[in-house]
Design a binder for this molecule. Structure first.
Ligand code: FES
Ligand SMILES: [Fe+2]
Length: 329
């Protein structure tokens, strides 16, 4: 498997609270990086490999905004330039590591692994993470599967009716046709399920009777899927509940994906019980996905020429693949 990563795009690198004054290693698009915060609290990401003898820089030391390699002591500033060579030797211009463009917003640290001149922070799709009218819970899964399998999973939500039956799925999910649209910068697959009983997780949100369930799956290249949900009770005057799940899918290597997820809702904003339900249930539902994705990855690795037969419900996932194939790298 030889993966070409799309580097000119924003990927979620970490949650804000993961990055502090200690050095941590994080892989993005096949490259190891070292991340930390400087004395002003600004998040920094540098190439994670020492240009002297390839020692991991995350195993080094950070002091007064200078990162010293733990092997022979080459030292780098937060801009990646070498500031000190061992034994007081003159610093060679090539002794530098790349410093990456980061944007910290809405609890996430986004990274642009490609050409910094093309990085445009207005292209990050995250408005509900920063809007005070929404409240969020979040967590991370490290998945031993290629990123494309996660995109397939999230753009074909018919799997809810088998993998997540009882929480997210019921018969309406498979019985309702999908409308797929390819827009200039994202793909959208919509399913409107009218007058249906609320699935288990919806009932835990207090929904009863029958509801109109709107389910929109979006893919924003190179690594963001959204699940946008509306649940409108058929009962008169009952409020419509809305939630959006952000799935930031960051390829670490060709067969490992960091999956940073957040569920944002526009109701019961301060209700800790509802937040707990979202955190616990989303984690357990996504554990079901992770198990399926890892089994799929194992099988694909063991099968040189896998068969792939598509059905109508794959339309969103196929449109996402097509957009990715033509997306600038
Ligand atoms: S490997 Fe880093 S200084 Fe030698
Ligand atoms: Fe799922």
């Amino acid at each position: 498997m030889a993966t070409t990563f799309i580097k000119n795009g924003w990927y979620a690198a970490a949650w804000t609270e993961e990055i502090g004054p200690q050095l941590i290693e994080r892989w993005i698009c096949g490259d190891p990086l070292v991340m930390f915060r400087d004395r002003d609290g600004k998040a920094i990401a540098l190439d994670g490999t020492c240009p002297h003898r390839s020692y991991p820089l995350a195993l080094g030391r950070l002091k007064d905004d200078v990162l010293e390699c733990g092997y022979h002591g080459l030292a780098f500033g937060t801009d990646g330039r070498c500031v000190r060579a061992p034994g007081g030797e003159p610093v060679q211009p090539a002794m530098r590591v790349r410093s990456y463009r980061l944007v910290e917003r809405g609890g996430l640290i986004w990274i642009w692994p490609g050409d910094p001149a093309l990085a445009d922070a207005s292209k990050i799709v995250d408005w509900w993470l920063t809007d005070p009218a929404w409240t969020t819970v979040h967590d991370t899964k490290l998945v031993n599967a290629r990123q494309s399998l996660l995109i397939d999973n999230l753009m074909d939500l018919t799997h809810e009716a088998s993998l997540h039956m009882g929480t997210l799925g019921n018969a309406a999910v498979i019985e309702t046709p999908l409308i797929t649209e390819t827009l200039p910068d994202h793909v959208r697959a919509t399913r409107m399920m009218l007058d249906i009983p609320p699935p288990g997780l919806f009932a835990q949100m207090g929904l009863s009777g029958t509801i109109d369930r709107g389910q929109v799956a979006e893919f924003h290249p190179p690594g963001l899927c959204l699940t946008i949900v509306t649940a409108k009770p058929r009962t008169e005057n009952a409020p419509t509940l809305r939630w959006t799940v952000l799935h930031a899918l960051t390829p670490e290597t060709e067969d490992r994906t960091r999956y940073l997820w957040a569920t944002a809702r526009d109701y019961a904003l301060d209700d800790e019980r509802i937040s707990d339900i979202w955190l616990t249930q989303t984690n357990s539902i996504f554990d079901q996905d992770v198990a399926a994705l890892e089994a799929q990855e194992q099988r694909l690795r063991a099968t040189p020429k896998p068969i792939e037969l598509s059905v109508a419900a794959d339309a969103g996932a196929l449109a996402a693949r097509k957009m990715l194939r033509t997306w600038p790298q």
